[in-house]
Design a protein around this ligand. Sequence first.
Ligand code: S3P
Length: 435
Amino acid sequence: MNVLNWKSSPNGPLRGTLRVPGDKSVSHRAMMLAGLADGSSRIEGFLEGEDTLSTAAVMQALGVRIEADQPGVRIVHGVGLHGLKGVGQPLDCGNAGTGMRLLTGLLAGQAFDSTLVGDESLSRRPMGRVTEPLSAMGASFSTEDGRPPVRIHGGKALHGISYTLPVASAQVKSALLLAGLYAEGETEVIEPHPTRDYTERMLAAFGWPIRFEPGRARLSGGHRLQATDVVVPADFSSAAFFLVAASIVPGSELVLARVGLNPRRTGLLQALRLMGADIRVENEGVSGGEAIADLRVRHARLKGVELPPSLVPDMIDEFPALFVAAAVAEGRTVVTGAAELRVKESDRLAAMARGLQGLGVVVEESPDGAVIHGGRIGGGQVESLGDHRIAMSFAVAGLVAEGPIRIGDCANVATSFPGFVELANDCGFSVADAD
Ligand code: S3P
Protein backbone atom coordinates (compact mmCIF):
# COMPACT_ATOMS: atom_id res chain seq x y z
CA MET A 1 0.00 0.00 0.00
CA ASN A 2 1.09 3.50 -0.82
CA VAL A 3 1.57 5.02 2.65
CA LEU A 4 2.50 8.65 2.91
CA ASN A 5 2.94 10.50 6.18
CA TRP A 6 2.68 14.24 6.65
CA LYS A 7 3.98 16.76 9.12
CA SER A 8 1.78 19.86 9.44
CA SER A 9 3.35 22.72 11.35
CA PRO A 10 2.07 25.97 12.80
CA ASN A 11 2.48 28.80 10.33
CA GLY A 12 1.50 32.41 9.71
CA PRO A 13 -1.75 33.75 8.26
CA LEU A 14 -3.31 32.19 5.19
CA ARG A 15 -3.74 34.44 2.17
CA GLY A 16 -4.80 34.15 -1.42
CA THR A 17 -7.47 33.06 -3.87
CA LEU A 18 -7.74 29.39 -4.62
CA ARG A 19 -9.77 27.09 -6.74
CA VAL A 20 -10.29 23.62 -5.33
CA PRO A 21 -10.86 20.62 -7.66
CA GLY A 22 -14.17 19.56 -9.17
CA ASP A 23 -17.03 18.10 -7.17
CA LYS A 24 -16.68 14.39 -6.51
CA SER A 25 -20.41 13.61 -6.34
CA VAL A 26 -21.13 15.44 -9.58
CA SER A 27 -18.13 13.90 -11.37
CA HIS A 28 -19.20 10.31 -10.53
CA ARG A 29 -22.74 10.92 -11.77
CA ALA A 30 -21.68 12.76 -14.90
CA MET A 31 -19.40 9.90 -15.90
CA MET A 32 -22.11 7.26 -15.35
CA LEU A 33 -24.95 9.09 -17.12
CA ALA A 34 -22.75 10.21 -20.02
CA GLY A 35 -21.68 6.58 -20.47
CA LEU A 36 -25.33 5.45 -20.69
CA ALA A 37 -26.47 8.26 -22.97
CA ASP A 38 -26.98 8.27 -26.72
CA GLY A 39 -24.20 10.41 -28.20
CA SER A 40 -21.09 12.13 -26.87
CA SER A 41 -20.97 14.33 -23.77
CA ARG A 42 -18.21 16.72 -22.70
CA ILE A 43 -17.52 16.90 -18.99
CA GLU A 44 -15.59 19.95 -17.84
CA GLY A 45 -14.16 20.30 -14.32
CA PHE A 46 -14.11 16.50 -13.87
CA LEU A 47 -12.36 15.58 -10.61
CA GLU A 48 -9.00 13.96 -11.41
CA GLY A 49 -9.16 12.06 -8.11
CA GLU A 50 -8.71 8.36 -7.59
CA ASP A 51 -12.39 7.83 -6.69
CA THR A 52 -13.76 9.32 -9.89
CA LEU A 53 -10.94 7.85 -11.99
CA SER A 54 -12.07 4.43 -10.68
CA THR A 55 -15.62 5.12 -11.85
CA ALA A 56 -14.32 6.20 -15.26
CA ALA A 57 -12.21 3.03 -15.47
CA VAL A 58 -15.25 0.89 -14.62
CA MET A 59 -17.34 2.56 -17.33
CA GLN A 60 -14.46 2.08 -19.75
CA ALA A 61 -14.19 -1.61 -18.85
CA LEU A 62 -17.92 -1.91 -19.57
CA GLY A 63 -17.34 -0.63 -23.10
CA VAL A 64 -17.64 3.17 -22.88
CA ARG A 65 -14.99 5.06 -24.88
CA ILE A 66 -13.63 8.04 -22.97
CA GLU A 67 -11.21 10.68 -24.31
CA ALA A 68 -9.09 12.58 -21.81
CA ASP A 69 -7.14 15.14 -23.80
CA GLN A 70 -6.86 17.81 -21.11
CA PRO A 71 -6.86 17.61 -17.32
CA GLY A 72 -10.39 17.95 -16.00
CA VAL A 73 -11.98 17.37 -19.39
CA ARG A 74 -13.55 14.12 -20.59
CA ILE A 75 -15.35 13.38 -23.81
CA VAL A 76 -17.54 10.40 -23.08
CA HIS A 77 -18.96 8.46 -26.02
CA GLY A 78 -22.13 7.01 -24.58
CA VAL A 79 -23.20 3.51 -25.55
CA GLY A 80 -26.92 3.99 -24.85
CA LEU A 81 -28.98 2.57 -21.98
CA HIS A 82 -28.57 -1.02 -23.15
CA GLY A 83 -25.10 -0.76 -24.69
CA LEU A 84 -22.84 -1.77 -21.78
CA LYS A 85 -20.95 -5.07 -22.17
CA GLY A 86 -20.23 -7.43 -19.32
CA VAL A 87 -16.68 -8.34 -18.42
CA GLY A 88 -15.31 -11.44 -16.72
CA GLN A 89 -13.03 -9.68 -14.26
CA PRO A 90 -14.03 -7.75 -11.11
CA LEU A 91 -14.67 -4.02 -11.48
CA ASP A 92 -12.56 -2.04 -9.00
CA CYS A 93 -14.21 0.93 -7.29
CA GLY A 94 -11.08 1.67 -5.22
CA ASN A 95 -11.95 3.70 -2.09
CA ALA A 96 -15.22 5.08 -3.47
CA GLY A 97 -18.46 4.34 -1.64
CA THR A 98 -20.37 6.56 -4.04
CA GLY A 99 -18.90 4.75 -7.04
CA MET A 100 -19.75 1.32 -5.68
CA ARG A 101 -23.26 2.09 -4.43
CA LEU A 102 -24.36 3.94 -7.56
CA LEU A 103 -22.82 1.31 -9.85
CA THR A 104 -24.63 -1.41 -7.89
CA GLY A 105 -27.92 0.24 -8.87
CA LEU A 106 -26.84 0.83 -12.44
CA LEU A 107 -25.57 -2.73 -12.94
CA ALA A 108 -28.60 -4.34 -11.27
CA GLY A 109 -30.60 -3.72 -14.44
CA GLN A 110 -28.08 -5.12 -16.94
CA ALA A 111 -28.41 -8.38 -18.83
CA PHE A 112 -24.97 -9.57 -17.62
CA ASP A 113 -23.36 -10.47 -14.29
CA SER A 114 -20.80 -8.16 -12.66
CA THR A 115 -18.66 -8.06 -9.54
CA LEU A 116 -17.72 -4.84 -7.78
CA VAL A 117 -14.68 -4.82 -5.51
CA GLY A 118 -12.95 -2.12 -3.50
CA ASP A 119 -9.96 -1.39 -1.30
CA GLU A 120 -9.63 -2.38 2.35
CA SER A 121 -11.73 0.54 3.63
CA LEU A 122 -14.50 0.11 1.05
CA SER A 123 -14.55 -3.65 1.70
CA ARG A 124 -15.66 -2.89 5.28
CA ARG A 125 -18.55 -0.62 4.32
CA PRO A 126 -22.22 -1.69 4.41
CA MET A 127 -23.82 -2.47 1.06
CA GLY A 128 -27.07 -4.02 2.41
CA ARG A 129 -28.52 -0.52 2.42
CA VAL A 130 -28.52 -0.66 -1.40
CA THR A 131 -28.83 -4.39 -2.10
CA GLU A 132 -31.92 -4.81 0.12
CA PRO A 133 -34.18 -2.24 -1.60
CA LEU A 134 -32.73 -3.20 -5.01
CA SER A 135 -33.63 -6.83 -4.28
CA ALA A 136 -37.18 -5.65 -3.60
CA MET A 137 -37.11 -4.29 -7.18
CA GLY A 138 -36.27 -7.80 -8.44
CA ALA A 139 -32.45 -7.52 -8.54
CA SER A 140 -30.24 -10.30 -7.24
CA PHE A 141 -26.90 -10.06 -5.39
CA SER A 142 -24.41 -11.93 -3.29
CA THR A 143 -22.18 -10.10 -0.82
CA GLU A 144 -19.84 -11.02 2.02
CA ASP A 145 -22.33 -10.58 4.85
CA GLY A 146 -23.60 -7.31 3.41
CA ARG A 147 -20.12 -6.05 2.48
CA PRO A 148 -18.13 -6.01 -0.77
CA PRO A 149 -17.37 -7.72 -3.06
CA VAL A 150 -20.86 -7.18 -4.48
CA ARG A 151 -21.80 -9.82 -7.04
CA ILE A 152 -24.64 -8.62 -9.22
CA HIS A 153 -26.58 -11.39 -10.94
CA GLY A 154 -27.80 -9.78 -14.15
CA GLY A 155 -30.65 -10.63 -16.47
CA LYS A 156 -33.35 -9.93 -13.86
CA ALA A 157 -36.53 -8.07 -14.75
CA LEU A 158 -36.76 -5.09 -12.40
CA HIS A 159 -39.97 -3.41 -11.30
CA GLY A 160 -40.41 -0.05 -9.64
CA ILE A 161 -41.07 0.27 -5.91
CA SER A 162 -41.85 3.07 -3.52
CA TYR A 163 -39.11 3.11 -0.90
CA THR A 164 -38.75 5.23 2.21
CA LEU A 165 -35.09 5.45 3.18
CA PRO A 166 -34.40 4.51 6.82
CA VAL A 167 -31.43 6.95 6.92
CA ALA A 168 -30.83 10.00 4.74
CA SER A 169 -28.47 8.83 1.98
CA ALA A 170 -28.00 10.30 -1.47
CA GLN A 171 -26.05 7.21 -2.46
CA VAL A 172 -28.93 4.85 -1.69
CA LYS A 173 -31.46 7.17 -3.32
CA SER A 174 -29.28 7.40 -6.42
CA ALA A 175 -28.73 3.63 -6.65
CA LEU A 176 -32.50 3.10 -6.68
CA LEU A 177 -33.10 5.81 -9.27
CA LEU A 178 -30.40 4.36 -11.55
CA ALA A 179 -31.95 0.89 -11.25
CA GLY A 180 -35.30 2.57 -11.89
CA LEU A 181 -34.11 3.53 -15.39
CA TYR A 182 -34.28 -0.20 -16.18
CA ALA A 183 -37.43 -1.00 -14.20
CA GLU A 184 -40.97 -1.55 -15.33
CA GLY A 185 -43.24 1.10 -13.81
CA GLU A 186 -42.47 3.86 -11.33
CA THR A 187 -39.62 3.98 -8.83
CA GLU A 188 -40.22 6.37 -5.94
CA VAL A 189 -37.72 7.30 -3.23
CA ILE A 190 -38.79 9.16 -0.11
CA GLU A 191 -36.15 10.52 2.28
CA PRO A 192 -36.38 11.27 6.02
CA HIS A 193 -34.35 14.43 5.30
CA PRO A 194 -33.59 15.79 1.82
CA THR A 195 -30.12 14.89 0.51
CA ARG A 196 -28.04 16.13 -2.41
CA ASP A 197 -30.14 15.97 -5.56
CA TYR A 198 -27.43 15.75 -8.21
CA THR A 199 -28.70 12.47 -9.66
CA GLU A 200 -32.19 13.91 -10.09
CA ARG A 201 -30.96 17.15 -11.65
CA MET A 202 -28.54 15.40 -13.91
CA LEU A 203 -31.10 12.83 -15.10
CA ALA A 204 -33.34 15.76 -16.04
CA ALA A 205 -30.41 17.44 -17.85
CA PHE A 206 -29.86 14.22 -19.83
CA GLY A 207 -33.53 14.35 -20.85
CA TRP A 208 -35.01 11.65 -18.60
CA PRO A 209 -38.49 12.52 -17.32
CA ILE A 210 -38.23 12.77 -13.52
CA ARG A 211 -40.31 14.48 -10.87
CA PHE A 212 -38.51 15.58 -7.73
CA GLU A 213 -38.78 17.91 -4.81
CA PRO A 214 -36.80 18.01 -1.55
CA GLY A 215 -37.31 14.63 0.13
CA ARG A 216 -38.98 12.82 -2.80
CA ALA A 217 -38.07 11.65 -6.32
CA ARG A 218 -40.01 9.60 -8.88
CA LEU A 219 -39.21 8.26 -12.32
CA SER A 220 -40.31 5.49 -14.65
CA GLY A 221 -38.32 3.18 -16.89
CA GLY A 222 -38.55 3.03 -20.64
CA HIS A 223 -36.93 6.29 -21.76
CA ARG A 224 -33.48 7.16 -23.10
CA LEU A 225 -30.68 9.48 -21.98
CA GLN A 226 -29.52 12.12 -24.46
CA ALA A 227 -25.88 13.21 -24.35
CA THR A 228 -25.32 16.64 -22.84
CA ASP A 229 -22.37 18.70 -21.68
CA VAL A 230 -21.73 18.94 -17.95
CA VAL A 231 -19.81 21.64 -16.09
CA VAL A 232 -18.69 20.40 -12.67
CA PRO A 233 -18.46 23.05 -9.92
CA ALA A 234 -15.59 23.17 -7.41
CA ASP A 235 -16.24 20.79 -4.52
CA PHE A 236 -17.65 22.44 -1.38
CA SER A 237 -16.34 19.51 0.67
CA SER A 238 -12.78 20.31 -0.46
CA ALA A 239 -13.29 24.05 0.11
CA ALA A 240 -14.43 23.16 3.65
CA PHE A 241 -10.86 22.55 4.89
CA PHE A 242 -9.87 26.06 3.85
CA LEU A 243 -13.00 27.61 5.34
CA VAL A 244 -12.03 26.14 8.70
CA ALA A 245 -8.32 26.86 8.26
CA ALA A 246 -8.76 30.57 7.50
CA SER A 247 -11.36 30.87 10.28
CA ILE A 248 -8.94 29.60 12.94
CA VAL A 249 -5.57 31.11 11.90
CA PRO A 250 -5.31 34.75 13.08
CA GLY A 251 -4.84 37.31 10.32
CA SER A 252 -6.06 35.00 7.53
CA GLU A 253 -8.16 35.92 4.53
CA LEU A 254 -8.85 33.46 1.72
CA VAL A 255 -11.15 33.45 -1.29
CA LEU A 256 -12.39 30.07 -2.48
CA ALA A 257 -13.37 30.61 -6.09
CA ARG A 258 -16.45 29.31 -7.91
CA VAL A 259 -17.52 26.79 -5.29
CA GLY A 260 -20.69 24.70 -5.76
CA LEU A 261 -23.30 25.80 -3.21
CA ASN A 262 -26.03 23.21 -3.57
CA PRO A 263 -28.02 23.80 -0.35
CA ARG A 264 -27.81 20.10 0.53
CA ARG A 265 -24.03 20.49 0.80
CA THR A 266 -23.50 23.73 2.65
CA GLY A 267 -24.43 22.84 6.23
CA LEU A 268 -20.88 23.62 7.35
CA LEU A 269 -21.32 27.22 6.24
CA GLN A 270 -24.25 27.54 8.60
CA ALA A 271 -22.48 25.67 11.39
CA LEU A 272 -19.37 27.87 11.16
CA ARG A 273 -21.51 31.00 11.09
CA LEU A 274 -23.34 29.84 14.22
CA MET A 275 -19.86 29.56 15.76
CA GLY A 276 -19.10 33.17 14.77
CA ALA A 277 -17.15 32.64 11.53
CA ASP A 278 -16.77 35.48 9.03
CA ILE A 279 -17.62 33.94 5.65
CA ARG A 280 -19.09 36.01 2.82
CA VAL A 281 -20.72 34.73 -0.33
CA GLU A 282 -19.66 36.86 -3.32
CA ASN A 283 -20.18 36.83 -7.10
CA GLU A 284 -23.09 34.44 -6.96
CA GLY A 285 -23.92 32.73 -10.22
CA VAL A 286 -25.06 29.50 -11.81
CA SER A 287 -22.84 27.06 -13.64
CA GLY A 288 -23.99 23.78 -15.16
CA GLY A 289 -27.37 24.30 -13.46
CA GLU A 290 -25.77 24.52 -9.98
CA ALA A 291 -25.49 27.59 -7.74
CA ILE A 292 -21.86 28.67 -7.42
CA ALA A 293 -20.12 31.60 -5.73
CA ASP A 294 -16.81 32.81 -4.34
CA LEU A 295 -16.46 32.34 -0.59
CA ARG A 296 -14.41 34.96 1.24
CA VAL A 297 -13.36 33.79 4.69
CA ARG A 298 -11.54 35.79 7.34
CA HIS A 299 -10.22 34.79 10.73
CA ALA A 300 -12.76 35.08 13.54
CA ARG A 301 -12.95 34.04 17.17
CA LEU A 302 -15.10 30.93 17.17
CA LYS A 303 -17.46 29.88 19.97
CA GLY A 304 -18.66 26.36 20.69
CA VAL A 305 -22.27 25.55 19.79
CA GLU A 306 -24.87 22.84 20.14
CA LEU A 307 -25.08 21.79 16.53
CA PRO A 308 -28.72 21.46 15.37
CA PRO A 309 -29.12 17.78 14.32
CA SER A 310 -31.17 18.98 11.31
CA LEU A 311 -27.90 20.31 9.84
CA VAL A 312 -26.20 16.89 9.90
CA PRO A 313 -27.22 15.54 6.46
CA ASP A 314 -26.25 18.84 4.81
CA MET A 315 -22.71 18.62 6.20
CA ILE A 316 -22.25 14.86 6.43
CA ASP A 317 -18.74 14.96 4.91
CA GLU A 318 -17.61 18.05 6.84
CA PHE A 319 -17.54 16.72 10.41
CA PRO A 320 -13.80 16.01 10.53
CA ALA A 321 -13.17 19.68 9.63
CA LEU A 322 -15.87 20.87 12.05
CA PHE A 323 -14.22 18.93 14.89
CA VAL A 324 -11.02 20.92 14.32
CA ALA A 325 -12.95 24.21 14.40
CA ALA A 326 -14.63 23.03 17.60
CA ALA A 327 -11.28 22.12 19.19
CA VAL A 328 -10.11 25.72 18.69
CA ALA A 329 -13.41 27.40 19.62
CA GLU A 330 -14.14 28.85 23.03
CA GLY A 331 -16.40 26.52 25.00
CA ARG A 332 -17.88 23.19 24.06
CA THR A 333 -19.43 22.01 20.83
CA VAL A 334 -22.05 19.29 21.00
CA VAL A 335 -22.66 17.01 18.01
CA THR A 336 -25.60 14.56 18.03
CA GLY A 337 -27.53 12.61 15.38
CA ALA A 338 -24.39 11.80 13.41
CA ALA A 339 -24.10 7.99 13.78
CA GLU A 340 -23.66 7.71 9.98
CA LEU A 341 -20.12 9.03 10.48
CA ARG A 342 -19.21 5.61 11.82
CA VAL A 343 -19.62 3.98 8.39
CA LYS A 344 -17.72 6.44 6.20
CA GLU A 345 -14.20 5.83 4.82
CA SER A 346 -13.30 5.33 8.49
CA ASP A 347 -15.31 5.55 11.70
CA ARG A 348 -14.99 9.31 11.65
CA LEU A 349 -16.35 9.89 15.16
CA ALA A 350 -13.74 7.55 16.60
CA ALA A 351 -10.95 8.75 14.30
CA MET A 352 -11.45 12.43 15.17
CA ALA A 353 -12.09 11.81 18.87
CA ARG A 354 -8.96 9.67 19.26
CA GLY A 355 -6.81 11.94 17.15
CA LEU A 356 -7.81 15.09 19.02
CA GLN A 357 -7.54 13.37 22.41
CA GLY A 358 -3.98 12.39 21.47
CA LEU A 359 -3.29 16.09 20.93
CA GLY A 360 -4.60 17.00 24.38
CA VAL A 361 -8.13 18.06 23.41
CA VAL A 362 -10.94 16.85 25.67
CA VAL A 363 -13.47 14.99 23.52
CA GLU A 364 -16.28 12.85 24.90
CA GLU A 365 -17.42 10.43 22.24
CA SER A 366 -21.02 9.14 22.20
CA PRO A 367 -22.69 6.57 19.92
CA ASP A 368 -24.00 9.28 17.57
CA GLY A 369 -21.75 12.25 18.18
CA ALA A 370 -19.30 13.90 20.54
CA VAL A 371 -18.76 16.79 22.88
CA ILE A 372 -15.61 18.69 21.97
CA HIS A 373 -14.14 21.01 24.59
CA GLY A 374 -12.43 23.82 22.72
CA GLY A 375 -9.29 25.63 23.74
CA ARG A 376 -5.89 24.52 22.61
CA ILE A 377 -4.48 21.79 20.37
CA GLY A 378 -1.11 20.27 21.20
CA GLY A 379 1.43 18.85 18.78
CA GLY A 380 1.88 15.10 18.36
CA GLN A 381 1.12 12.08 16.25
CA VAL A 382 -2.28 11.12 14.83
CA GLU A 383 -3.55 8.43 12.46
CA SER A 384 -5.75 9.23 9.49
CA LEU A 385 -6.75 5.54 9.21
CA GLY A 386 -6.42 5.93 5.46
CA ASP A 387 -9.29 8.42 5.43
CA HIS A 388 -8.70 11.44 3.18
CA ARG A 389 -10.88 13.82 5.16
CA ILE A 390 -9.31 12.86 8.50
CA ALA A 391 -5.84 13.49 7.04
CA MET A 392 -6.74 16.93 5.64
CA SER A 393 -8.52 17.93 8.85
CA PHE A 394 -5.44 17.23 10.96
CA ALA A 395 -3.33 19.15 8.44
CA VAL A 396 -5.62 22.11 9.24
CA ALA A 397 -5.24 21.46 12.97
CA GLY A 398 -1.44 21.59 12.56
CA LEU A 399 -1.70 25.26 11.59
CA VAL A 400 -2.74 26.29 15.09
CA ALA A 401 -1.26 23.49 17.19
CA GLU A 402 1.41 24.16 19.81
CA GLY A 403 3.84 22.03 17.81
CA PRO A 404 3.89 20.04 14.56
CA ILE A 405 1.29 17.31 14.04
CA ARG A 406 2.51 14.15 12.33
CA ILE A 407 -0.27 12.47 10.39
CA GLY A 408 0.01 8.84 9.37
CA ASP A 409 -1.26 7.30 6.13
CA CYS A 410 -2.31 10.29 4.02
CA ALA A 411 -2.03 8.74 0.54
CA ASN A 412 -5.82 8.53 0.17
CA VAL A 413 -6.09 12.32 0.04
CA ALA A 414 -5.62 11.72 -3.69
CA THR A 415 -9.05 10.04 -3.79
CA SER A 416 -10.85 13.37 -3.48
CA PHE A 417 -8.28 16.18 -3.46
CA PRO A 418 -5.30 15.69 -5.76
CA GLY A 419 -2.83 18.54 -5.24
CA PHE A 420 -4.03 19.38 -1.72
CA VAL A 421 -0.55 19.81 -0.26
CA GLU A 422 0.62 22.14 -3.04
CA LEU A 423 -2.53 24.27 -2.91
CA ALA A 424 -2.45 24.41 0.89
CA ASN A 425 1.24 25.34 1.04
CA ASP A 426 0.70 28.01 -1.64
CA CYS A 427 -1.71 29.86 0.63
CA GLY A 428 0.32 29.53 3.83
CA PHE A 429 0.10 26.00 5.22
CA SER A 430 3.29 24.19 6.11
CA VAL A 431 2.67 20.55 5.20
CA ALA A 432 5.70 18.41 4.43
CA ASP A 433 6.48 14.75 3.96
CA ALA A 434 7.24 13.29 7.38
CA ASP A 435 9.10 10.19 6.15
C1 S3P B 1 -22.52 11.09 -1.50
C2 S3P B 1 -23.41 10.92 -0.46
C3 S3P B 1 -23.00 10.87 0.95
C4 S3P B 1 -21.60 11.44 1.15
C5 S3P B 1 -20.64 10.92 0.13
C6 S3P B 1 -21.08 11.31 -1.27
C7 S3P B 1 -23.03 11.08 -2.88
O1 S3P B 1 -23.02 9.54 1.40
O2 S3P B 1 -21.13 11.13 2.45
O3 S3P B 1 -19.35 11.44 0.35
O4 S3P B 1 -22.30 11.52 -3.80
O5 S3P B 1 -24.17 10.67 -3.09
P1 S3P B 1 -24.35 8.83 1.98
O6 S3P B 1 -25.29 8.63 0.86
O7 S3P B 1 -23.87 7.51 2.56
O8 S3P B 1 -24.87 9.76 3.03
